[in-house]
Design a binder for this molecule. Structure first.
Ligand code: PGA
Length: 233
């Protein structure tokens, strides 16, 4: 795992956006794996700006989101469909029919493979070490599936809802195996709340199902991108 630390999350996000923009510039058929949550928002803003500045087209790009709540209407403002439209898809020239989200009525892993596999997967990390909604206990060979959310995840995500009761209890998530099949993985972690989990990850040497992000040590091309707050005490 390669570590990059930036003074601010804006600079860190700009670096992540550059990785994506460069990839798309060199290959218009790039396949991206995308994440939601507060962490990647600035990266998406930077991608939008740079795509305009350098006239980069996403018309042939395909995207696979990591996860989605289950069950939620895709027009619900809390859905990850809605999040992606608001924060990225409506602001670049991507075709919505090329944007995919996991659901139970398809084999998502096969679908990803049929499009050539994910070139760059963006990840956040949960305070409990989850990647996507692979909660502690997820196995290394897990594929896209329905997963019960950890109580700690429900509590953490309640900040986006009116109350904790409104947070869906389940999600459909790419599995750990699905994520590890990506050619490159970029994990973003910002803010002092992530300090503990970032250092736990950086000190990891082998997979531990109680700490799902530990699977990343098995992948040959992972970049951990931190701001100072998440790295320095
Ligand atoms: P966050 O979520 O970006 O909102 O901190 C990260 C995660 O839970 O994976």
């Amino acid at each position: 795992m390669k570590l990059k630390i930036f003074d601010t999350k804006e600079l860190a996000s700009e670096y992540a956006a550059d990785l994506i923009i460069d990839k798309v510039k060199n290959n218009k058929n790039t396949v991206l794996g995308l994440a939601t949550g507060s962490t990647p928002i600035q990266t998406y803003k930077s991608i939008i700006e740079k795509s305009k500045l350098y006239d980069i087209s996403f018309a042939k790009v395909k995207t696979f989101n990591l996860d989605e709540y289950h069950v939620i209407d895709k027009y619900n403002e809390q859905s990850y469909h809605y999040f992606m439209k608001e924060n990225l898809f409506s602001k670049i020239d991507i075709k919505l029919e090329n944007t995919y989200f996991p659901s139970l009525d398809q084999n998502y892993d096969e679908l990803i493979e049929s499009k050539g596999g994910i070139d760059i997967q963006i990840l956040g990390i949960g305070l409990n070490g989850h990647i996507g909604f692979n909660e502690p206990g997820s196995s290394l060979d897990s594929k896209t599936r329905k997963e019960k959310l950890d109580q700690s995840t429900i509590t953490a995500n309640s900040r986006f809802f009116n109350s904790e009761n409104e947070v869906p209890k389940f999600a459909i998530t790419m599995g750990i195996d699905t994520i590890l099949k990506s050619k490159k993985i970029v994990l973003l972690a910002f803010g002092k709340a992530k300090y503990k989990v970032v250092h736990k990850l950086l000190n990891t040497t082998k997979f531990d199902s109680n700490f799902p992000a530990s699977a990343l040590v098995l992948h040959p091309d992972v970049e951990i991108i931190c701001d100072k707050e998440s790295y320095e005490k």
